[in-house]
Design a protein around this ligand. Structure first.
Ligand code: CDP
Ligand code: MG
Length: 204
């Protein structure tokens, strides 16, 4: 039997105009929930772009006001990555209607950051197909295939990288430098177990 594969999925998250002023706070929650933010753009859609994005709702009663709302101010589009990112992000944001969400899912993000049944704070792709289309809408150059992580890749990382990385991360969290990424990069170069050991006389 093949070992199970871990699939990192990508999904599109939009902070809608009524939630953009809380962007820092929401991004913090996103990161603490285990997502990686792969891409981020702040844009203001034209009404034409907003209609195009929500084309599946064309003809519905709420469509014109949805388009007006989504083009009324800047929004922040982000590509989020995580195992099962699509369903997990939908779960975190909660039901579409903020008013109802406050009754049934008081801890969900729409309940906290949304305003009403239309201005509900954020968007999340609802399927793999829509995630692919929506990511491409905002980030046309992205590759959206899921990244499969097989046993061989996990074994390789476990053997070749994780032990050193773990030591580096332990030191990093003790020292808490101002620029953690540069600090870790320097530490890894300095402590690379594959680096030839240089002695006074030369390489041994
Ligand atoms: O965003 P979600 O996938 O949860 O809901 P949707 O049914 O795909 O609707 C898209 C967006 O249209 C919602 O997020 C609301 O902003 C808006 N909407 C609305 O204004 N009035 C409704 N009755 C339903 C949705
Ligand atoms: Mg939808």
């Amino acid at each position: 039997m093949d070992p199970p594969k871990i699939f990192v999925e990508r999904t599109l998250c939009i902070l809608k105009p009524d939630a953009v002023h809380k962007a820092d706070e929401i991004e913090d929650i996103i990161l603490r929930s285990g997502f990686t933010i792969l891409q981020k753009r702040r844009v203001q859609l034209t009404p034409e772009q907003a209609s195009d994005f929500y084309v599946e709702h064309y003809g519905k009663l709420f469509f014109p006001s949805l388009v007006a709302y989504m083009s009324s101010g800047p929004i922040i589009a982000m590509v989020l990555a995580k195992e099962k990112a699509i369903s997990y992000w939908r779960e975190l944001i909660g039901p579409t209607n903020t008013i109802k969400a406050r009754q049934t899912h008081p801890d969900c993000l729409r309940s906290i950051y949304g305003t009403d049944d239309q201005r509900n704070g954020m968007h999340g792709s609802d399927s793999f197909q829509s995630a692919e289309r929506e990511i491409r809408f905002f980030f046309p150059d992205t590759i959206t295939e899921p990244i499969g992580m097989g046993q061989a890749a996990r074994d390789y990382l476990a053997k070749a990288v994780n032990p050193t990385l773990l030591k580096g991360l332990t030191q990093l969290s003790k020292q808490k430098p101002l620029d953690p990424v540069v600090w870790l990069a320097d530490w890894l170069l300095e402590n690379n177990p594959n680096k030839p050991k240089v002695k006074d006389q030369g390489i041994v």
